[in-house]
Design a protein around this ligand. Structure first.
Ligand code: PXP
Length: 262
């Protein structure tokens, strides 16, 4: 299982005081030492954490693949083409959201995606689409001939949090549910099956499959055991734990969790 570490939350800490500490760039030697396979950053339209200069300097200094998450906005695509990360993961984005709340609506944006994916691929950048785990989404991704799909694990993570831990959940549809354990168990099983079925279908279609969002030290094992998921992109939980354990230890502990016996 490959691990991509999302370092946006280091920049969030910096932005809290609008100073230059901690600098996400300082995470690079630690990630390298830990043998992390990829660094993920999300350049949001409102620049609430990662800034353009962070992106350029991370790409210049990382010496490992960079996965840039960004929206379909023209400005973002131009930056991606200029920065040339190894991969661009296209994500939906809403200004008012705390974090990415769902997968990209591939059907709705299909025509735009045809053009954007072509341009990115033409300049040598691998394209990934961050999608909800549905067969329709991966079939459309395959029509777009992208290399990767990243399955949104947020629904799974939110149900898991309600059942087994006191971690706060943010998914609106889940918030409205009563705390009915039986119902939650059923929904958790359903969300895992959806991830397995979608990963299997994507693999059959020749897509590489990543997954991410809301994964943490409690819930990650089940996802790491899904055979056709090849990579996990994890941010918030690793950076949060690194406050207490240090970044190196937080990464190592996550690497141990995802070393699945499949
Ligand atoms: N993958 C994608 C596409 C994301 O948008 C995010 C959040 O920026 C992540 C993975 C990481 O999610 P988390 O911070 O919840 O681990």
């Amino acid at each position: 299982m490959l691990l991509g570490v999302n370092i946006d939350h280091i920049a969030y800490l910096r932005e809290a005081r609008r100073v230059n500490d901690p600098d996400p760039l300082d995470a690079l030697p630690v990630l390298k030492k830990c043998g992390v396979e990829q660094i993920t950053v999300h350049l949001r339209e409102d620049r609430r954490h990662i800034h353009d200069e962070d992106l350029y300097s991370i790409i210049k200094n990382a010496y490992m693949p960079i996965n840039l998450e960004c929206s379909l906005a023209d400005e973002m695509i131009e930056i991606a083409l200029k920065a040339k990360p190894s991969r661009v993961t296209l994500v939906p984005e809403k200004r008012e959201e705390v974090t990415t709340e769902g997968g990209l609506d591939v059907k709705k944006y299909f025509e735009k995606l045809v053009k954007v994916c072509e341009r990115l691929k033409y300049s040598g950048i691998d394209v990934s689409l961050f999608v909800d785990p549905t067969l329709e989404a991966v079939n459309l991704a395959s029509e777009l001939k992208v290399k990767w799909v990243e399955l949104h694990t947020g629904t799974y993570a939110n149900i898991y949090a309600m059942l087994y831990s006191n971690l706060r959940h943010t998914h609106n549809s889940i918030k409205e549910l009563e705390l009915d354990k039986g119902k939650l168990h059923h929904l958790l099983e359903k969300s895992i099956k959806e991830l397995i079925n979608t990963a299997n279908e994507a693999e059959k279609l020749g897509l590489l499959v990543a997954a991410g969002h809301g994964l943490n030290y409690y819930n990650v094992k089940t996802i790491a055991q899904i055979e056709n998921i090849k990579e996990l992109n994890i941010g918030q939980s690793i950076i949060a734990r690194s406050v207490f354990w240090g970044l190196e230890e937080a990464i190592k502990k996550m690497q141990e969790e995802i070393k699945a016996d499949r």
